[in-house]
Design a protein. Structure first.
Length: 213
């Protein structure tokens, strides 16, 4: 089984990989995202994904098991030329939703894979269009009060409370959660790694032998 290190503290990214049959090791990068000045959303998330993957690679530089891959990811929502990351606070989340409701945005996610043994690196991005419901002020306030939108890019999720406020998605829905599984499979293929080698071993129950009558 190919070793995968997830350079992210995102529970949603971890859950996505686990549900796809992959058991990654989680090592949080600790990268300061405020130091990146790029304004184009696609380039911004790719740069942040690279920095996160590289930071974890350096932390594992002296790991006795220097095999496998580090995966760095970052997501942002583009709306009217602005890039929306995680809200600063509850008031900021409310303002974001007041702009988003009844409209559509593009969720960009950068992905970067770094080989721990050779430092080979590959970065790719994915974009998914998200259509938001015309939610009321009361719904916005109630949603922000759950705390969920404060921890995610664009102040929304599709796999939690916010799922009812997303009316449609054009593209890979995994990408909206935080990483694109189809894109990641293609990236590993480019690097000569079969996606199925990342799957956890399947253990099947063997029926007990029965004595003949």
């Amino acid at each position: 089984m190919t070793r995968l290190v997830l350079a992210s503290a995102s529970p949603a990214r971890l859950a996505t990989l686990l549900s796809a049959g992959i058991d990654p090791t989680v090592v949080v990068s600790g990268v300061d995202e405020s130091g990146v000045t790029e304004t184009d959303p696609a380039r911004l998330v790719s740069e942040l994904a690279r920095r996160k993957a590289r930071a974890v690679r350096e932390r594992l530089r002296h790991d006795p098991d220097r095999t496998g891959w580090v995966l760095g990811c970052d997501s942002m929502l583009a709306l009217d030329g602005d890039v929306l990351g995680k809200p600063r606070d509850a008031a900021d989340a409310v303002r974001q939703w007041q702009r988003m409701r009844g409209r559509s945005g593009v969720l960009h996610t950068g992905h970067c894979l770094v080989d721990l043994s050779s430092d080979t690196e590959l970065a790719r991005g994915a974009a998914t269009t998200v259509h938001f419901a015309a939610v009321s002020d009361e719904e916005v306030e109630a949603y922000v009060a759950t705390g969920e939108p404060l921890a995610v890019a664009g102040a929304f999720t599709v796999d939690g409370y916010g799922g009812a406020f997303v009316t449609g998605i054009e593209g890979d829905h995994h990408n909206v959660v935080g990483l694109s599984l189809p894109l990641l499979r293609r990236m590993f293929a480019e690097l000569g790694v079969a996606w199925t080698t990342l799957w956890r071993p399947v253990v099947r129950d063997v029926p007990a032998l029965r004595e003949p009558p």
